[in-house]
Design a protein around this ligand. Structure first.
Ligand SMILES: CC(C)(COP(=O)(O)OP(=O)(O)OC[C@H]1O[C@@H](n2cnc3c(N)ncnc32)[C@H](O)[C@@H]1OP(=O)(O)O)[C@@H](O)C(=O)NCCC(=O)NCCS
Length: 222
């Protein structure tokens, strides 16, 4: 068996693996229960995936998968983690997570988070629970696809090594929002504060130099 980056042609097998687990009920909780993925989503995000494959006389069989999706500055989500029942309990889950985490440096990601109902498994691998509210709100966009959303959510948020995301909220308001709206969001007043070399520090301007993007306030570390 070996780990490798996924290929476009792996998509049908990845989908079967994930969705067969997604269809399981609470009786199979120990082994299954994860978010279903569509073919479209998998083809679009296939470069995020690493797969565990087994050589058979008919070719390669996908028996595990895990994805790392870049989501924000320095932040990525580890997701779609599945190891087929036939090969569980032999360290492949740990191996695939370590392989995926090894991509972080090249990707420029220093904080990896995940949402899971297998907290103990991920604790074995160095993840620690964090307050879900520390994550960007876009995290919830996938939750709306979950049958347990707002009914029976049993997931916790964890980050590798207990790291905290650097910047999760952007106090973005329309360029022409009133001072009251800006104040309500804690956004600095609109100022023309170009520095002496003619370049702006990006704080408090109506627009960035491209003329389109709103005046995001830089993170204090940047
Ligand atoms: C969770 C899952 C990925 C584990 O894969 P696996 O290959 O069996 O895990 P490993 O053999 O690599 O186990 C690594 C360690 O975690 C522990 N572990 C494995 N599954 C565990 C579980 N459900 N709860 C607690 N610990 C677990 C192992 O005992 C091992 O500990 P050790 O290193 O101290 O010996 C697999 O059971 C699975 O695919 N489940 C269904 C899909 C799923 O729930 N995905 C996660 C969605 S967020």
């Amino acid at each position: 068996m070996k780990l490798r980056k996924a290929r476009n042609s792996d998509v049908p097998q990845i989908r079967n693996l994930i969705n067969s687990m997604a269809m399981r009920t609470d009786q199979d909780y120990q082994h299954g229960h994860m978010l279903a993925r569509s073919l479209t989503e998998l083809y679009e995000h296939i470069r995020d995936y690493t797969v565990l494959v087994e050589e058979t006389e008919h070719g390669e069989r996908v028996v595990g998968c895990c994805a790392l999706e870049s989501q924000w500055s320095g932040l990525a989500e580890l997701k779609a983690m599945a190891i087929d029942d036939s090969v569980q309990g032999h360290g492949w889950g740990r191996n695939i997570v370590e392989s995926v985490l090894a991509e972080c440096e090249d990707l420029g990601v220093d904080c990896v988070y995940l949402l899971t109902n297998k907290m103990e498994f991920f604790e074995h691998l160095g993840f620690k629970p964090i307050n879900m509210n520390e994550l960007p709100m876009r995290v919830w966009s996938e939750c709306t696809n979950c049958p347990k959303y707002e009914v029976a959510c049993d997931e916790v948020a964890m980050t590798y090594g207990g790291k905290h995301p650097r910047q999760v909220r952007i106090p973005a308001v329309g360029a022409h929002a009133s001072p009251a709206a800006r104040a309500a969001l804690g956004v600095l007043p609109v100022l023309n504060n170009s520095s002496s070399n003619g370049h702006s520090n990006g704080v408090g301007r109506l627009m960035n130099s491209d003329g389109y993007s709103p005046p995001f306030r830089p993170h204090p570390d940047e």
